[in-house]
Design a protein around this ligand. Sequence first.
Ligand SMILES: *Cc1c(COP(=O)(O)O)cnc(C)c1O
Length: 744
Amino acid sequence: MDKTLFLRDLALLDTENKDVTTLYNEISTLAMQYAGGIDEAKGRKNAYYLSMEYLIGRSFYNNLMALGVLEETREILARKGIDINVFEEIEDAALGNGGLGRLAACFLDSAAGMGLPLHGFGIRYKYGLFKQAVENGFQVELPDDWQRFGDPWSIRREDEKRVIEFADMKVYAVPYDMPVFGKSVNRLRLFQAEGDAAAEKISEYLYPADDTEEGKILRLRQEYFFSAAAVGELVDGYAESCGTDFKNFPDCNVIQLNDTHPVIAIAEFIRLLTVRYCISFSEALNIAKRTFAYTNHTVLPEALERWKDEYVKKILPDIADILVKISSYAEREYSALGCSKEQATDMAIYRDGTFYMANLAVYVAKKVNGVARLHTEILKNDLFASTNKIFPNKIQNKTNGITHRRWLELCNMELSLLLDETIGRGWRTDIGQLNNLSRFTQDTVNKFIEVKRTKKQQLLDFIAQREGVEIPDSFLVFSQVKRLHEYKRQLMTAFAVLELYYGLKCGTLRGLHPCVFIFGAKSAPSYKRAKAIIKFINEIAYRINSDKQTNDTLKVVFIRNYNVSYAEKIVAGSDVSLQVSTAGLEASGTGNMKFMMNGAVTCGTMDGANIEIVERAGLENNYIFGATVNDIAKLKEEGYNSISYISNPNHRKAVDSLIDGTFSDGGTGCFKDLYDSLINAENPDGYFVLYDLDSYVKTLLSICKDYNNKINFAKKQLANVASSAYFSSDRTIKEYADYIWHIT
Ligand SMILES: *Cc1c(COP(=O)(O)O)cnc(C)c1O
């Protein structure tokens, strides 16, 4: 970046009488002008990340920081009488749903930060994930028109648009390039669908409802649309510069498939090589096998996509043929390798009129990875056990990470400065140096307590302003912020909070350190139970917050429209991170890492990356409770009788509040349905909420007790900061680069 010119022009910029959006666009455009172009790593291998989601958040501050001009910009604007915080009015680009999309954004940031050639491909949705409002305690979804603020960080590349062909329509894929700034300038290329109204629908919404045939076909179109645009560009680009012998293609390109959404890229790749470049099918398949790698993000069946063959045949007949052909190659190969019939069925790509996209990915990918150690073990021993037997080195672990640039340097300047003072500035570019904090002095602890207080105050001020709930800064802050899903067990936290409340009301619970529970979560629009849980939490919050008798001890707040920018404040200002998923179901979690790096202790189950977090930060500095994966397997085997675990009247009362008239669900019956799912269903309480409730409540109480000793508690928190280097996505990306991508 040409800093001097940028700062000169910024100082000259006329800011009089301009609104925030105008200033945002003018300053961002100025930065883009001097930032320098995207580095195409010609002559060396590039990695490409294909992802349906990029949960980028706000670009303004992050990009100015990455360009090294954030502080000077702040000062220049201050001299003009503008507080740089006004740009918080610019809302997030939420082109993603949750952890998976945020991971994609963190990976791009880390790769650019380290100068590694990783570039992203995705979709430029007109509307991102919906904006969440709450009416009468119910979630309401509003369209998120993120482009209304302008999009100064993207460049439209009309000249590089491609035609994507479906049987019934032709669509233009027009690239928009977003530079990713760091040691190198990498590229996130998002395709916008253009053409007639039907064509434009393809890039209109992230995850349109797919409970109808029309919806399913639209989803398939979206997946093919961006996968084909990406692969087409790479294949044609290679042919142009290296010729049409594709043998060396994998020496120059590696394509990482983020979950099953872009797996159809494999078929498109083979289609292009065989049809456009006349390579034989088996050769094309072999080249694909050296090009693609696949990341699995969850063992929940909903994310392992399958397509009915009739849908694929209808809109992509050539792709359907190729999928069938790959499937028969796989069958032959598996049988030659001596697979049993059972194993072959397990790994089948095409069976009973259905294409199994995860099985396709696992067959073709040169490497398959899970996203935390436990998750990868489950892939090896369970979900992909047959594959693991035949290809024992194919499945690898790559524990997720988060970029410490956004999640520490940007969101917690105060802690960052304390780290600079304590261990020097080197950690900012070499996160491993954070390990030098391991032995800290009392003076550092005292300063950390001060930082935590400041960040908590900022968070609570923001919540007061946004949500209208006032919380004193003496309160201990517990946070559970993440998508709403039964496996994440927000409902269990709701019950635990109710138990604390009832205990305070009837006087059996005395001397509780004042505390607040912050919930933030969006539910998928069609996920009824998740929406019922949001309503339940809101009812609890209204009740507790308006109770004068307990008001000075307990509060609950459901923050609306949880997103990246909100997360930046919450992770920095919280004391305790609630990570309480049913063991075996949270593949990794990355929210847990953000909290850890900002010095919140984890209260959680032995699940996902929590295991690796406590392994590094120490069991004594965190709060682990609940059933383990083995316990759960045993419970399932023995037959789990959920109701027997709430014989304690306190637990009973909390759970019964769903049906005893304590709270109203507005006549929808949704609370009764939640209750039935726990007690009366055929397979009651499939997420073991009632089993873990008892130990959860006890753990929360012990945290409140420990918090009375502020210094000891701060030491636990600081120990978490000091051992969080491993969870920087710089480490994760380095592992992908070394062991999967082979890029430098
Ligand atoms: C990090 C992040 C997530 C993922 O959180 P988990 O607790 O790992 O599920 C989801 N949404 C947003 C906005 C995030 O920043």
